[in-house]
Write a protein that binds this ligand. Structure first.
Ligand code: ATP
Length: 288
């Protein structure tokens, strides 16, 4: 993808399977939204090959669009619509695209319950809170029972309970409904919890592609050991935490207090890989 003479995506190659949740991570401006907008058919790419449900999104017709669900970063419907009315209205569009295996649209009241809006079903959109509004965005995105779902920062503004319910919904969509889900998020704990695979974009290139465990192995030398001896606190990173702790005990014995060994979290892995990518010549690893 090129704007003028500036490449904002270069060599971005990946695939997502049915029932798979792929999280697209990366710093602001890395190209996440651009990538998913190309896949959604919202943005025309400058070059390269893209296939979604067997079709090039640049040429997707209504039938193709009916199989694709989209939750954008921000979206505004008229504030006068009521929640149930809007979803019923949007849902009608999908009715003629039902198939033998996928009945469209989602039953409105069931959908409203699924996204946790039952108590607000008769409210006007302008009366919803930010988080309730975001739940409605998700409902609008899935009302047609999509086979592929794009979620651009879906949980922004969610309280912890809404976030947990949303995570359950994503698992249900990928597990029971076999939906392929591509989501962008800046919440690394969310990415770790929800995704089968993670792709990290930096400066428009893929820096890493793998499961959270596979990415963790790439910075395997970075277990953090913290301990104190005689009131002095120490921190060290090591690839061999068991050996390190053994040597500490040989040296200090029972004088050691507050011993902690911490595995790298996805946040550590992410920050390490992004820093490496931003400081050196762009490393590229494309698998799958
Ligand atoms: N219409 C446009 N014209 C020119 N440049 C653009 C246009 N849209 C996006 N860009 C540039 O493309 C790059 C990628 O932007 P994009 O919105 O895809 O990033 P992102 O990873 O989604 O960021 P964020 O986390 O902030 O949402 C940025 O450098 C942005 O400035």
């Amino acid at each position: 993808m090129r704007y003028g003479d500036h490449d904002v995506l270069d060599g971005v190659t990946f695939s997502v399977q049915r029932g798979e949740v792929l999280a697209l991570l990366g710093p602001n401006g890395a190209g996440k939204t651009t990538t998913i907008e190309i896949l959604e058919g919202f943005r025309e790419r400058s070059a390269g090959e893209v296939t979604v449900l067997g079709t090039d999104p640049a040429h997707g017709d209504e039938r193709w669009r009916a199989r694709v669900g989209v939750v954008l970063q921000s979206w505004r419907d008229h504030g006068k619509w009521r929640v149930r009315e809007l979803l019923a209205h949007q849902g009608r569009y999908y009715a003629s695209y039902s198939t033998g295996t996928v009945r469209r649209p989602w039953d409105v009241d069931e959908l409203i319950a699924t996204v946790g809006l039952t108590a607000h079903a008769d409210k006007r959109i302008r009366a919803l809170s930010g988080g309730q509004r975001r739940r409605l965005d998700v409902a609008v995105g899935i009302v047609g029972r999509p086979e592929v779902l794009f979620l651009d920062e879906p949980t922004t503004g969610f309280d912890p309970e809404a976030r947990r319910e949303f995570h359950e919904l994503v698992r249900r969509l990928s597990g029971r409904e076999d939906t392929a889900i591509l989501l962008t998020t800046h919440d690394l704990a969310e990415a770790e919890k929800l995704s089968d695979r993670i792709v990290i974009l930096t400066g428009g290139r893929i820096t890493a592609d793998g499961t959270a465990e596979e990415l963790a192995r790439r910075i395997a030398g970075e277990y953090e050991v913290r301990w104190a001896v005689g009131g002095t606190r120490n921190t060290c990173t090591t690839a061999e935490p068991a050996l390190f702790v053994h040597e500490l005990y040989v040296r200090h014995g029972a004088a050691i207090t507050d011993l902690q060994v911490r595995r790298p979290t996805l946040e550590d892995v992410y920050l390490s890989l992004v820093r490496r990518a931003e400081s050196g010549p762009a490393p590229r690893e494309v698998t799958g």
